[in-house]
Design a protein around this ligand. Structure first.
Ligand SMILES: Nc1ncnc2c1ncn2[C@@H]1O[C@H](COP(=O)(O)OP(=O)(O)OP(=O)(O)O)[C@@H](O)[C@H]1O
Length: 226
């Protein structure tokens, strides 16, 4: 799906979080890297309309994130940096069913789709668990399942391996790899994006490098002087 930024900028009061940017993303695997506070989350949130442009437009599959807000929101799923905050129901299977209920699906279909996504993520055993008792890796997987069950075309993950141990990191990385969706990943874990098709580097609210992982990660290392 085409994601188009047309002269898009974001200001929060006096602060420019994103300087005017024009680019089109069509690749299936896109990494977003950069120092803390460089504008990565702001850029990614523009794609599903969580942040609105202060200037210009963002078009997702031809739909404007402001004029067609609701349809864009359904197309692009976002998994937050701290996914425990996005699990709203007390029990795992209830949380996964929540988005489907909101879409008015029948109970039988909700039950079937919930069971299918749990099995696909290898977390059927967590169905009746309390969401606040899950480990970090389990929380990440449940959050991904809760978003993916609604079948978005695009999945955006904000630091999905943050605070995960090596085993859970590998599990989340291989789950991302197996997704058929178009995926955008914000990460400080550079090895997570090193096989992606395209990587974007932000610095001070500007896109300063855009290309293959090898060249963009090298540029980031120069920028961070390490
Ligand atoms: N809602 C907001 N109100 C005011 N300032 C904001 C808001 N959201 C972001 N900012 C500011 O915009 C700049 C970019 O923030 P953003 O969260 O996009 O950076 P980031 O690259 O994702 O950072 P990190 O790697 O630390 O998560 C920062 O200076 C931040 O403080």
């Amino acid at each position: 799906m085409d994601i188009r930024f047309a002269d898009c900028s974001v200001r929060f009061g006096d602060k420019t979080a994103l300087h005017p940017l024009t680019l089109t993303l069509t690749e299936r695997r896109i990494g977003i890297i950069g120092l803390n506070g460089s504008g990565k989350t702001t850029f990614a949130r523009l794609i599903n309309g969580l942040v609105k442009p202060s200037g210009g437009h963002v078009l997702v599959g031809g739909l404007d994130t402001v004029a067609d807000e609701k349809r864009v929101f359904g197309k692009a799923g976002f998994i937050f940096q701290n996914p425990q905050h996005q699990l709203i129901m007390p029990i795992v299977e209830e949380d996964i069913a929540f988005g489907l209920k909101n879409r008015g699906l029948k109970t039988t279909e909700i039950t079937e789709r919930t069971a299918t996504i749990l099995a696909r993520f290898g977390i059927s055993h967590l169905a009746r668990r309390r969401v606040h008792e899950l480990s970090g890796g389990e929380t990440q997987l449940v959050a991904m399942a809760s978003v993916l069950v609604t079948e978005p075309d695009i999945l955006i993950l904000d630091e999905p391996t943050n605070q995960l141990d090596l085993k859970n990191r590998a599990l989340v990385a291989s789950t991302i790899e197996s997704l058929e969706q178009q995926v955008l990943v914000i990460s400080h874990d550079l090895s997570l994006v090193e096989d992606f098709e395209r990587v974007l580097l932000f610095d001070g609210g500007r896109l300063v490098a855009d290309g293959t992982p090898g060249e963009v990660i090298a540029r980031y290392r120069e920028l961070a002087a390490c």
